[in-house]
Write a protein of this length. Structure first.
Length: 314
């Protein structure tokens, strides 16, 4: 729900494993979830039907766009919806949800190809997280047990283990620092989703309602920072995010990243053993390791002391 949208890499471990881990699995953090503003382009054909006069030259998109005034403002109704969603998520002591991410990657032919992953997420504040990911690539499991961070690659039967920091926010930052691991839904599980976003907001406006997305009525809003433009669908009644669609300003291909969130359960009882894996505990252990740099355009690593997923350059 923040200003980025990213995905967890699929493998953990050695140099070769970490290369596979990121590869096509790496997409941008949000996000969340920039484009400083969107402009409507209207091209006229005035005079085209008058007599047989020579038609006027068709204006270029850039010239037409330049004639349309754009005002960047934070519309109160959109901000209220963002704040309500953030408050609902931050107040939950436990949560479960399903995250399905579809993201575009360039193809050799030019048009992008779409890849998809599915993550089953379980959170218990302040210090426990489980993410079970499947999709167009090898499966992956990530656990924050409160005392350990565990990244398990079932296909390779390899596991990496490290000491866990005291909060989930800090665990997300440490996973990135150790192995360039981060998740497309980080902005909905951090302690203060709106607080992480508010300082960089440049634009926010209300679009209308949808009765299609998520099988319920949602309020559609759009918001932007200097880095990313996001359209969001947020439950009109329960204030839970159902879909986030992002495009990044620093990406010359303007590839689209789509996050669907479903099966929400807040403040439910979670078994103590939910944040552990018997199989991971008995498999071959390796060290966390960062892959070779493969970051998308404009992405920068998280800064020390700010335990959230990576921010983008302005």
């Amino acid at each position: 729900m923040g200003n980025t949208l990213v995905e967890m890499p699929h493998d953990v471990g050695t140099r070769s494993a970490t290369r596979r881990m990121t590869g096509t699995r790496l997409i941008l953090r949000g996000a969340a979830l920039g484009i400083a503003g969107l402009v409507a382009v209207a091209g006229g054909r005035a005079g085209a039907q008058t007599r047989r006069a020579k038609p006027a030259a068709k204006p270029t998109p850039a010239a037409a766009a330049a004639t349309v005034p754009v005002t960047l403002e934070l519309e109160p109704r959109a901000i209220d919806i963002l704040k309500a969603a953030s408050a609902t998520l931050a107040a939950a002591r436990t949560m479960r949800f399903t995250a399905v991410v579809s993201y575009e990657n360039p193809s050799l032919l030019g048009p992008p190809l779409v890849y998809t992953t599915r993550s089953e997420v379980t959170l218990q504040r302040p210090d426990k997280l489980r993410v079970i990911t499947t999709g167009d690539g090898p499966p992956a499991e990530f656990y924050d047990t409160g005392t350990q961070l565990i990244a398990f690659a079932p296909a390779e039967n390899l596991v990496a283990v490290a000491d866990a920091p005291p909060t989930v926010d800090a665990a997300l930052a440490k996973a990135y620092e150790m192995a360039a691991m981060y998740f497309p839904f980080s902005d909905v599980i951090v302690a203060d989703p709106y607080g992480d976003l508010a300082g960089s907001l440049k634009l926010a406006f209300y679009i209308g309602q949808s009765k299609i997305v998520g099988g319920t009525t949602t309020d559609m809003i759009a918001y932007a920072t200097d880095a990313v433009f996001v359209q969001a669908w947020i439950g009109a009644d329960d204030k839970l995010p159902r879909r986030l669609r992002a495009i990044y300003a620093a990406d010359p291909a303007q590839l689209r990243h789509d996050l669907e969130l479903s099966d929400w359960q807040l403040d439910v009882a979670i078994a103590p053993d939910a944040f552990a894996s018997a199989r991971a505990a008995s498999t071959t252990r390796i060290d966390f390791a960062r892959p070779d740099p493969m970051l998308p355009p404009g992405l920068t690593p998280p800064t020390a002391g700010k335990p959230t997923t990576p921010a983008r350059k302005k």
